[in-house]
Design a protein around this ligand. Structure first.
Ligand code: HEC
Ligand code: HEC
Length: 250
């Protein structure tokens, strides 16, 4: 119904872009959504919403955004290779939905936080959140990951994970451990790291490792970064990886 009304308005103002306020979209939610989008989503879908198809779909001009419940489910529970974001509250997901539905050239109209909360209620509990400092991988796993890293990543990201290749003629790459890495990745989850890395790396042969090898490499990255090992292996399961948040040293 809401969409229909907005559609009619859109026709009326077809030559003059309607401002967020005119569409009945809460500008505070929209602005919060923009901020959350930059922190959590732009890595894959890009600031401009064009994504990086086919690996990361465009959200700009994406007709799937017409269904608010589907957006809520995708964000909270993930969708195939889209990582879940179980720690985002109903209000945060509502802001994100208001933003992606109306940013760029999109014109899908507002979503209320009450409607988002109702969809979330049907999706169930997700378990407690932890951080990379809570012993989320094993030492043995990191050792296996080191061998995978040497074969598949070290040539570009450097033996010390500092982004400096051994070959001085090769261009430098982003660091994968320590302060600079943590600053860039602060607040994201290991599910985002896993899905992003699996889809894009090794840069010259993306998606060429097994899921197990990708999490083993992440265990190696954590060990080099100084995060303690624990009793349980990191599992190649986006739902459990989504509950482990990347944070600077506590
Ligand atoms: C690691 C990369 C990655 C990140 C980060 C990411 N996405 Fe996605 N997203 C994907 C992929 C991959 C798909 C395609 C999923 C599929 O196969 O249907 C997708 C699909 C979507 C869809 C469309 C789903 C549909 O209905 O077909 C929406 C909406 C979406 N993402 C929103 C977001 C929002 C909002 C965020 C931030 C909270 C986000 N994404 C963060 C990778 C990502
Ligand atoms: C052929 C060189 C090459 C190889 C091999 C490679 N990478 Fe990369 N990697 C890059 C480049 C270049 C970037 C920067 C990409 C960009 O910014 O678009 C990058 C970016 C990344 C990022 C994002 C870092 C950030 O902060 O933006 C991660 C994580 C990553 N690589 C992990 C890996 C892992 C894990 C492997 C091994 C499985 C790997 N890479 C293998 C070249 C490589």
């Amino acid at each position: 119904m809401l969409k229909l009304v907005v559609g009619v308005l859109g026709l009326t103002f077809v030559n003059a872009p309607i401002s967020v306020a005119q569409q009945g979209i809460d500008p505070v939610l929209y602005e919060q959504g923009q901020q959350l989008y930059q922190e959590n989503c732009a890595l894959c879908h890009q600031d401009s919403g064009v994504g990086d198809p086919p690996r990361f779909p465009a959200l700009s001009g994406n007709d799937q955004l017409g269904d608010p419940a589907r957006i809520v489910r995708s964000i909270h529970s993930g969708r195939r290779r889209m990582p879940p974001f179980p720690r985002l509250t109903a209000e945060e997901i509502s802001s994100l939905a208001n933003y992606v539905r109306n940013a760029w050239a999109n014109d899908f109209g507002g979503v209320s936080t009450g409607d988002v909360a109702a969809v979330l209620e049907g999706l169930g509990e997700t378990g407690p959140m932890t951080s990379i400092w809570d012993g989320v991988y094993t030492e043995a796993q990191a050792t296996v990951g080191q061998a995978v890293y040497s074969g598949a990543c070290g040539i570009c990201h450097g033996r010390r994970l500092n982004g400096a290749p051994e070959d001085p003629d090769m261009r430098s790459t982003p660091p994968l451990a320590r302060a600079r890495f943590l600053r860039v990745w602060d607040g994201r989850s290991l599910a985002t790291l896993f899905e992003y890395t699996r889809a894009t790396m090794p840069e010259d042969n993306p998606s060429s490792l097994t899921d197990q090898e990708y999490v083993d490499v992440i265990a190696h990255m954590l060990t080099v970064g100084g995060m303690p090992a624990g009793d349980d292996e990191l599992q190649p399961d986006p739902r459990s990886l989504a509950r482990v948040v990347i944070r600077p040293q506590p």
